[in-house]
Design a protein around this ligand. Structure first.
Ligand code: HEC
Ligand code: HEC
Ligand code: HEC
Ligand code: HEC
Ligand code: HEC
Ligand code: HEC
Length: 625
């Protein structure tokens, strides 16, 4: 294998650059969370990483079981030379799946859990086991290749003799897994567009995986032949064309026939972007390549052969991305489009896999008929020159990624500013809930019997409100003496100031101190030393006179201190509005439940205060979690 030629060097340099970029993005994702580098939201929690890295990776790995089945079960010996590269691709494909999954999972450190905590009813449980098992089987299937040139002869022999059962196990697992990924989306009909959602999804996933497996073998053989300037195995590859063509026709037939049979046919020509996407995907994945494969066009020229394979691969990867999220963008109204960083991380995973592929191809006998290199590969003769070049593009990629990262990805995500305003008065009636037992308030029409005026608390006007019977609470907590329980702090010369006047943002703490106003209130320049008692000290909050010394009256003195009064050196930063509310309302309701000794929460239940389910996802102002 001529690893020293310029094509190889340029390709590897590009790949190392992308990997360098992606590593920084991956680091940011782990340090500061998914929200900072992705466009994912609570509404669209699965995006490009699931569609491309996970579903696409699994699909690309299909070559492993298709070629293995042809050689070992159908006894097509002529495909044997394609077996090793196909298994290597499958292994790397699944490794990419694992990598993609790790960055996408909200809590990747829990990934081991499905091994010990079995949940038979979950589609994801099955997916997790298939990935784990098949990845291990593929590693064992491929292990003899690097091992055969090592000292571990016994191990190599043992693995080689176990290859048939391993291969059969691999075919089984893979068949199961390809289709079960389709099953996974059957449980989410509201998230997959009707042009993609069909009960036949598992079957379609399986058939397309078979076609994709063959196409992938064509693409990678042609690409590595081009890269290493060796003679392509066109004669072997061409014999894949007929089965490929028929599989594609079968796929397209079922795909379109099923839509028509289920009455969704009209959607194919309704001019929506989904219909355009459907035709792009189906044309690319099956119609055009089927025509090219069966008409003999692909057989006649090596370029057409490669193009056919490439169309199938990109078309079906697009299909996985569509099912995995893109087709649902309109349905969920999320407007999701992957960020630059999501795209670059996906490309980085693929680039890493290709680099590993090239590593194995250069060092071991992956491509069979090629005689083992008699001399050390060129890359090993001048290892330092190559390593220097690759590490500099790697560092360049990493540096550019670092420069492009948004502030939140470096310093941690912050919620967007979201100012709040006070409560409104509305009419409500009390309702008794049966399950779980408890009381709640619901809106009442004007004039309804028992209707009373309550506060509608919705500081940020998000539509997620809580109804609060101010009068009833006052009465229950001891009328006049009650005020200080909730109104724990007031503006100077005021009583029972509204919470929103200090807790001014829905999520973030706000500073209630205004320097300018104080300079004015203390008589301008003469007043400075009232607070900056030692003028030489740094002008920080800790080194100035504590607020409470002048503002003892701000702290409410009530029947009981429910919110702890600010400490003497408190900077008077008021926490976010929701925290202030939950810190008062929920805290008391929880105490109430506890003192009453109820087993199931009654008062502390979310629905006691939030009559309609609180949905964290739709953020009109585009809040990032
Ligand atoms: C004792 C009353 C009470 C209970 C119980 C309660 N909340 Fe709240 N919650 C409030 C109040 C009051 C607000 C402020 C409403 C606002 O500003 O929109 C609030 C605000 C919120 C918000 C922010 C809404 C927005 O407008 O952005 C969320 C989310 C929320 N609560 C979730 C929950 C969840 C989840 C539970 C159950 C674990 C819960 N709450 C239990 C009283 C309560
Ligand atoms: C159980 C907690 C609680 C108690 C007790 C309480 N309040 Fe309130 N009060 C609130 C909340 C919450 C608001 C809404 C403030 C906001 O949205 O910024 C409010 C608002 C107010 C408002 C202005 C809003 C309006 O339109 O009514 C006044 C005035 C007020 N309270 C006076 C009092 C007085 C006087 C007492 C004692 C007799 C008292 N409160 C007891 C929680 C309480
Ligand atoms: C005059 C300004 C002001 C007003 C009005 C005010 N707060 Fe506060 N609040 C603060 C400040 C400042 C703090 C932080 C105190 C400290 O540092 O200990 C705070 C803290 C709290 C805390 C404690 C949160 C925690 O994390 O410990 C709760 C709960 C709270 N406020 C609820 C309310 C409610 C409910 C109202 C309205 C009924 C209200 N506040 C009105 C300024 C105010
Ligand atoms: C009511 C007390 C008070 C008075 C009066 C006051 N300061 Fe300050 N000053 C503070 C506090 C508290 C800080 C810390 C601000 C912070 O942490 O955000 C501060 C910060 C500063 C700073 C640091 C820069 C900044 O804005 O963070 C300067 C400079 C300063 N004060 C100058 C003055 C001068 C000059 C005067 C008189 C004209 C004055 N201060 C009057 C309380 C006061
Ligand atoms: C030297 C005494 C002094 C100190 C120290 C001081 N203040 Fe004040 N503050 C005043 C005076 C005087 C006023 C004017 C109030 C009035 O009109 O009675 C005022 C007004 C205020 C107001 C209402 C006006 C506005 O800005 O909305 C707030 C809130 C306030 N102070 C918060 C604070 C906080 C928080 C601190 C500590 C960081 C602090 N103050 C420290 C003297 C002081
Ligand atoms: C100091 C304790 C305390 C605080 C603070 C408190 N609650 Fe309550 N809440 C109660 C008690 C006690 C009940 C009545 C339970 C019963 O009737 O058995 C109640 C009942 C309710 C109910 C049921 C309907 C009703 O009014 O009887 C709602 C809704 C409610 N609270 C909302 C809120 C909200 C919203 C807040 C915060 C703004 C809040 N509560 C703060 C103690 C509290």
């Amino acid at each position: 294998m001529d690893a020293g030629n310029s094509r190889v060097r340029t390709t590897k340099a590009v790949l190392w650059f992308i990997v360098g970029f992606a590593i920084i993005v991956g680091a940011a994702r782990f340090l500061t969370g998914l929200g900072t580098v992705t466009n994912l939201t609570d509404r669209t929690p699965w995006g490009l990483w699931v569609g491309f890295d996970v579903l696409g990776g699994v699909a690309l790995a299909a070559g492993g079981f298709v070629i293995a089945a042809s050689v070992y079960i159908l006894r097509r010996e002529k495909f044997r030379p394609l077996l090793r590269p196909a298994i290597l691709t499958a292994f790397l494909g699944y490794a990419a799946v694992a990598a993609g999954l790790l960055v996408d999972l909200g809590r990747p450190w829990n990934i081991w859990r499905p091994m010990f905590f079995w949940q038979h009813h979950s589609a994801l449980f099955e997916v997790a086991w298939c990935v784990m098992l098949y990845l291990s089987v593929l590693a064992l299937e491929f292990a003899p290749v690097p091992l055969e040139s090592s000292r571990f002869h016994r191990l190599t022999k043992a693995l080689k003799s176990a290859s048939l059962p391993l291969v059969i196990l691999g075919i089984m697992l893979s068949t199961l897994h390809q289709s079960s990924l389709g099953t996974l989306f059957l449980i989410a009909p509201a998230r997959v567009h009707p042009l993609w959602y069909t009960p036949l999804l598992p079957l379609l996933f399986f058939i397309s995986a078979v076609a994709l497996g063959m196409a992938m073998v064509v693409v990678e053989s042609k690409a590595s032949a081009w890269l290493y300037r060796k003679r392509p195995e066109d004669h072997v590859l061409s014999s894949l064309l007929r089965p490929l063509g028929f599989t594609l026709l079968l796929y397209a037939g079922i795909r379109i026939g099923d839509l028509v049979a289920r009455g969704e046919g009209a959607g194919l020509f309704d001019g929506s972007w989904e219909s355009a996407l459907f035709w792009l995907e189906t044309g690319l994945s099956s119609l055009l390549p089927a025509a090219s494969a069966l008409s003999g066009l692909a057989r006649r020229s090596g370029k057409a052969l490669f193009a056919t394979g490439l169309m199938v691969v990109s078309g079906f990867v697009l299909h996985r991305i569509d099912v995995g999220g893109v087709s649902g963008v309109g349905l969920t109204d999320s407007g999701y489009f992957p960020s630059l960083f999501e795209i670059s991380l996906s490309l980085g995973v693929v680039s890493g896999a290709i680099l590993l592929f090239l590593f194995f191809v250069e060092r071991y006998r992956v491509y069979d008929p090629e005689p083992a290199p008699a001399r050390r590969p060129a890359a090993c003769r001048a290892p330092l020159a190559a390593a220097r070049a690759y590490s500099s593009v790697f560092v360049a990629g990493a540096a550019i990624a670092f420069a492009l990262l948004p502030g939140g990805a470096v310093f941690g995500a912050k919620p967007l500013d979201m100012p709040v305003t006070g409560a409104r008065r509305v009419l409500a009636v009390e309702k008794t809930r049966e399950n779980p037992p408890g009381k709640m308030l619901v809106f009442a029409a004007r004039g309804a019997a028992e209707a009373r005026e309550v506060l509608l608390v919705d500081g940020n006007r998000s539509g997620e409100y809580a109804l609060f019977d101010h009068e009833a609470h006052m009465k229950r907590q001891g009328e006049k003496e009650s005020c200080g329980i909730c109104h724990h702090l007031n503006r100077p010369n005021d009583r029972e100031s509204s919470c929103f006047e200090c807790h001014r943002d829905a999520w973030q703490p706000t500073d209630i101190f205004r320097h300018g106003a104080h300079i004015e209130a203390t008589g301008g320049n003469r007043g400075c030393t009232e607070c900056h008692v030692t003028p030489a000290a740094p002008k920080t909050r800790a080194a100035t006179r504590p607020c409470r010394e002048c503002h003892e009256d701000m702290v409410a003195t009530g029947k009981r201190e429910f919110v702890a009064p600010p400490a003497a050196d408190s900077p008077f930063h008021a926490p976010g509005y929701m925290d202030a509310m939950h810190g008062t309302c929920r805290k008391c309701h929880e105490e109430e439940d506890r003192t009453k000794g109820v087993k199931v929460p009654e008062l502390a239940l979310c629905s006691t205060c939030h009559p309609e389910a609180v949905d964290l996802s739709p953020r009109p102002a585009g809040r990032k979690d």
